[in-house]
Design a protein around this ligand. Sequence first.
Ligand code: MRU
Length: 362
Amino acid sequence: MVYSIVTGKRLMETKIHSSLRTVEWKDNVVVMIDQTRLPNELVYVKYTDYKDVADAIRNLVVRGAPAIGVSGAFGLALAALQSKATDKESLLKDLEQAKKILFETRPTAINLAWGLEKIMNIARSGKDASEIRNNVIKEAKAMAEEDIEINMRMGKHGSQLFHDNDTIMTHCNAGALATVAYGTALGVIRATKESGKKIKVIATETRPVMQGSRLTAFELKYDGIDVSLIPDTAVGYSMANGLVSKVIVGADRILHTGHVYNKIGTYQVAMMAKQHNIPFYVAAPLSTFDMKSAPSDVVIEQRKASEVTRVAGKKTAPDDINVINPAFDMTPPELITGIITEVGVAKPPFEESIKKLFEPKL
Ligand code: MRU
């Protein structure tokens, strides 16, 4: 499955908008960066079976809300190719089964459900099996391209909020590696730099899966953006000592009330930013908004204990210790300065401003 340990030559080929391409559809094969192997090796894996794509999402080979939304769509496109069905009803049945398997991989990021539903709607509207197969593949590929465009538009809106000489803190990885390319929070950082402003980034390491140190530090260095890495425990120190001008993070789900679900630890960073009067921004596409759920409906993924009791495979806690390992937390709207999207920036009060984001523009 792994087809290349990337050399300098390959790196040049995969540069898109000066960043990495995380997931791609190439000749009926899904190609993605294996993020579990970063930053040690930049390796691409290839999948032709949707069940392998489901495993890749579950095991964090691909992660980040928009990236798993598009990967889910590609998974369904593979399922359409794998199905032996010759009529519409049988193909839809096979796709429903694949959708269920893909959906059950990760519960918190709403982009996964969004991507799967978008493809299923396209499939349902096809007239026969052959048309459905063609349309599903076409739509999944279009979703990947749109993701990049959306991130770039979001970047333009967001870059107006950041100034020359800002030092911007970010948590987890909401970058090219969490999307198809360019990134949401890191897309805003890229766009700010592209607009000619000098900026620096502080990345938290983001225990326990280390998306900050393994992925954010890697991709910002890869693109030549000034980045310093801190342990999660140094957020307070950095803010109290004037090292941080603004914070920007991504999101896995945003409710219509402005409650933001993102990587575990985001809530602590937002609290600390409030304490130090530091603006706290969230960047996410409209596909991350969940306009129906209340906080009590949102399932927070709980991950395995070994992520906490081991570092690089080595035991760092006593045997049989009880572990609590939630993958996400919720930041309440009162801690958020603005939510940056591809159609503009929502400011408090969020119930009103989020509603406006979805109104058709004349
Ligand atoms: O568990 P992960 O790595 O999938 O969590 C990712 C995050 O929490 C990101 O901040 C979020 O998905 C936004 S990505 C643009």
